[in-house]
Design a protein. Structure first.
Length: 570
């Protein structure tokens, strides 16, 4: 019988939420935010943990083993998926963070992210559909014409209708300016959309009554490149005069065969004169897509955290029970071996630092949207945009690396299908690829955040203020000094190739520094609470070798293009 991921450490999650930087200010901004009291958050998180363990944990195995299949041109999801989705919708989970005015519960994004972490811990493939839904709500709410908003928002918010994000095409992945899908006006306010899209999560499914495809396409006479793209909502079916559904010229070309996330059908879709509606302004589609980028990349961080935390907790439980070595008549638990302790300590530090950063970013994203003070709102926006590529990449790396470390603790058992860490390793590999691969995140951090905004300056001030207090927090200063020097050198590089060659190392140095800031924050917690003992220990583990790790990345940064000088001789 296959082992299961242990239930979430609810007490630790709640403690991290209680101390998320900026939460007190956020609660003061609206009644709905204020309703997220410590007790209310604890209740919601506890209920999420029960739902995940009861419904999503058992579903995960079927989704991984059976996956989704293509039957008569339509996607059929894994056995049990539809029932779990109905329960998910009936309990109101899709509605948490959406504004009350459009039918949501108006709760902080922090709470929605914590709930997603718990759900993704037990079944990451299940969470791929709600992420697209939440993102589509933001696009339709902000850019949809009145009739589209009235028809789609209530049912997207509730989870009764689904959505996808259709960007990629063959030859046009990160390079979106090469998109060929076209849209032409019909004269009645609608558009005819034709083209081929790929890598579409839940591009088709039998879970929701309707699917809205948020799609980038090129209109007649549009400028070449990204500036010529417009954003459309294209439904999977349209109502006949009698209300019966008529397919809207959309075909599922295939379901991709993938390493992991088998229960999430990744589809290639064809659009043939499919009816759609323009969202926002013609030619502004790519810029408008950025309205959902925070949600999408935060979601990757949460997914990564859920997978990493599940693997780490499983490894800890296994190490306490598995006996091996020790030299006595009775073998000792492997948790007594220093090398196993090293692995487990690293796993705990990674997950707790990631959790703190993810929660802090969720609060800053809400402050950036709702803070009434102009300067405070701009600062929150700059800080959240600085942290976004950091948290996305950190979450993706943590899921894979912690799962790999957990497999090391479990040994040969972890490599088998009897234990879920091998699935976690497979499921997590794509996180560093979708929603902007690591190299894209690095270029975003350097070319947009470092060179064009004051996000680093705001982070630097905040981090140094935090590091001035707390036991051991002074260990952060050398890392911050290296980050400052690296930023100065990057800005002064004459060659753009030098800057781009150093970008990923700068991203990794920024992850170390951001993690160090969170470690310093956690070290300010009282040591009297049992959960705080774990958090403080994780913080000290993160800081214990931060200067050495930062020095390695700093060296690669100052080397610039020289760090890859041997490439041309390969």
């Amino acid at each position: 019988m296959r082992a299961s991921i242990p239930p979430a450490s609810v007490d630790v999650i709640i403690e991290q939420m209680r101390h998320a930087p900026g939460l007190a200010r956020l609660r003061s901004l609206s009644d709905s935010f204020a309703a997220a009291t410590d007790d209310a958050m604890a209740t919601i998180v506890s209920e999420a943990a029960k739902f995940a363990a009861k419904e999503l944990g058992p579903l995960n195995l079927a989704m991984d083993d059976t996956g989704a299949t293509l039957v008569d041109g339509r996607v059929a999801t894994a056995p049990g998926h539809a029932a779990a989705w109905r329960s998910f919708v009936a309990q109101g989970w899709p509605m948490l963070e959406h504004a009350e005015v459009i039918g949501g519960q108006g709760l902080p994004r922090l709470l929605a992210i914590a709930v997603q972490e718990i759900f993704d811990r037990h079944c990451p493939a299940f969470g791929m559909l709600p992420v697209a839904q939440r993102s589509a709500v933001k696009l339709v709410d902000q850019f949809g014409p009145d009739h589209v908003r009235a028809e789609w928002l209530p049912l997207l918010v509730s989870g009764d209708w689904g959505a996808t994000i259709c960007i990629s095409e063959a030859g046009a992945g990160s390079d979106v300016g090469r998109i060929l899908t076209s849209a032409r006006p019909r004269g009645d306010g609608s558009w005819a959309v034709s083209g081929e899209k790929m890598w579409i999560s839940f591009g088709d499914q039998n879970l929701t009554a309707r699917i809205g495809h948020c799609l980038l396409a090129r209109t007649p006479g549009a400028a070449p490149g990204p500036a010529g793209l417009s954003l459309f909502l294209v439904p999977d079916w349209l109502p006949e005069p009698d209300g019966s559904p008529r397919r809207n010229g959309i075909s599922v070309r295939r379901i991709e065969s993938k390493l992991g996330l088998h229960g999430s059908p990744t589809c290639a879709l064809g659009f043939d004169d499919s009816t759609g509606w323009l969202l926002g302004t013609e030619g502004r589609g790519l810029a408008q897509m950025f309205a959902m980028i925070t949600s999408m990349r935060l979601a990757v961080g949460a997914q990564g955290l859920g997978i990493a935390a599940g693997s780490a907790d499983l490894a800890m439980l296994y190490a306490r029970e598995r006996r091996q070595g020790g030299g006595g008549a009775v073998a000792q638990p492997i948790i007594e071996h220093p090398d196993v302790q090293r692995e487990l300590a690293g796993q705990a530090a990674t997950t707790e630092i990631l959790r703190g950063l993810l929660y802090a970013l969720a609060v800053q994203a809400d402050l950036a949207a709702h803070e009434p003070d102009d300067k405070a709102r701009r600062d929150a926006e700059s800080l959240s945009q600085w942290l976004l590529p950091i948290v996305k990449t950190f979450g993706a790396d943590s899921a894979f690396n912690v799962s790999s470390s957990a497999m090391q603790v479990l040994g040969g058992a972890g490599y088998t299908g009897d234990w879920p860490v091998e699935q976690n390793l497979r499921d997590s590999r794509v996180l560093s690829i979708f929603e902007g691969a690591t190299g894209i995140q690095a270029l975003d951090l350097v070319e947009r955040r470092l060179l064009r905004s004051d996000g680093l300056e705001i982070f630097r001030t905040m981090a140094r203020d935090t590091a001035n207090s707390g036991d051991g927090a002074g260990l952060l200063f050398p890392c911050l000094d290296l980050l400052d020097d690296a930023a100065t050198r990057l800005i002064s590089f004459d060659s753009n190739r030098d800057r781009r060659a150093a970008a990923t190392s700068f991203l990794r140095l920024s992850i170390l520094a951001a993690g160090g800031w969170m470690a310093a924050h956690l070290l300010r917690l009282s040591s009297g609470r049992p959960t705080n003992k774990r958090l403080r220990a994780s913080a000290m583990q993160w800081l214990s070798d931060i200067e050495v790790r930062a020095a390695v990345e700093h060296w690669k940064i100052i080397a610039g293009e020289k760090s890859i000088s041997s490439f041309h001789d390969l």
